[in-house]
Design a protein around this ligand. Structure first.
Ligand SMILES: [Zn+2]
Length: 327
């Protein structure tokens, strides 16, 4: 694993080639898209340069086997992801172009989250993710699990292989985090100090085990566990901020929160701003790239609009992740 400086220079080189390839396209539509991307890239880099940061760390991005990603995109296309909202995927490029774009944005580390919706998938997803991490030095080696008999064994292997970050999706997986098959998994994550991003908020649609209750019980049994609540816990923002106040190992990622799109579905209550400010050392930039129905820049603008100050933004967009993941 190269250090951040190595990753930064390779990222810049890759970004250069990626953008050169983009701007070389002949079609008018391609040129229009390229101009848009170039403007967005300039705006994103201006955002972190103004803060005096060397770039961004994004803990919540998705890279997964192409066959799985195709199905995820079809799910969003069919309008299943959120009731009453179209969800046009903004970054539907081939994998190498998506990586080049993150690098061009100055995202110096990004995750490769995948998650199973049924038993028998997680081990295969983890193999793919290990290979992705091996060929993508600035990706955070990510893995996942499901309540199934071999979960403890493949999670142990993933930790041994250098996984930096796990993902558990309680809504898509439809499982109870208190399932006894997951007890040894939570225990191992706590012992190894490897964080797990858990989608346990009830947004954009609830599942049988979403909401603060079930995951709180897991934390009660595994107080040393580091849990990153995805999406700031949308829509149960207050409850999950309270959970973070009770447990020093609870973090929150910003994924989609406070963007215009999410404000229409589940607005972040302005009265919680001061508590979000106070939790500033436990909030991490996440975006859901590439599966978002708006531009990457909008997540950064949404955070800026909270008006919690430059120090808060620096911690959220870079420093907290570097400290937590020991980058
Ligand atoms: Zn996500």
């Amino acid at each position: 694993m190269p250090d951040l400086d190595d990753a930064g220079s390779s990222a810049r080189a890759a970004a250069d080639t990626g953008l050169a390839a983009d701007t070389g396209r002949a079609a008018d539509t391609g040129r229009a898209a390229d101009t848009g991307l170039a403007a967005e890239t300039a705006a994103v880099t201006t955002f972190w340069r103004k803060l005096g940061l060397p770039g961004l760390v994004d803990v919540h991005t998705h890279f997964m086997p192409p066959s799985v990603l195709t199905k995820v995109w079809a799910f969003f296309d069919d309008g299943h992801a959120a009731v009453g909202q179209d969800w046009p995927i903004a970054y539907r490029q081939p994998e190498q172009e998506r990586i080049a774009l993150l690098r061009a944005f100055g995202v110096r580390r990004f995750s490769a989250l995948s998650y199973p919706h049924k038993a028998g998938m997680a081990s295969w997803l983890n193999s793919w993710a290990a290979d992705f991490a091996a060929r993508t030095p600035d990706a955070l080696h990510s893995a996942t699990f499901f309540p199934e008999p071999d979960a403890a064994a493949y999670v142990a292997k993933a930790i041994g292989d250098g996984t930096l970050l796990f993902k558990a999706h309680l809504q898509v997986g439809g499982y109870d985090p208190r399932d006894e098959l997951l007890e040894p998994v939570w225990g191992q994550l706590a012992a190894a100090g490897v964080p797990v991003i858990v989608h346990c908020g009830s947004g954009p649609v609830p599942g049988p085990y979403t909401g603060p209750g079930p995951i709180s019980e897991v934390l009660g049994r595994h107080p040393r566990l580091t849990v990153i609540i995805a999406h700031l816990g949308t829509p149960e923002y207050g409850e999950f901020l309270a959970l973070a106040q009770r447990h020093p190992g609870v973090y929150l990622d910003t994924t989609m929160a406070c963007t215009d799109f999410m404000e229409r579905l589940a607005p972040f209550p302005p009265r919680l701003r001061s508590r979000l400010a106070a939790a500033g050392d436990r909030v991490l930039l996440g975006t859901d790239f590439p599966n978002i129905p708006y531009r990457y820049l909008e997540q950064l603008q949404a955070l800026e609009r909270l008006d919690l100050g430059a120090a808060w933004l620096r911690a959220v967009c870079y420093d907290n992740a570097v400290r937590l993941l020991r980058l």
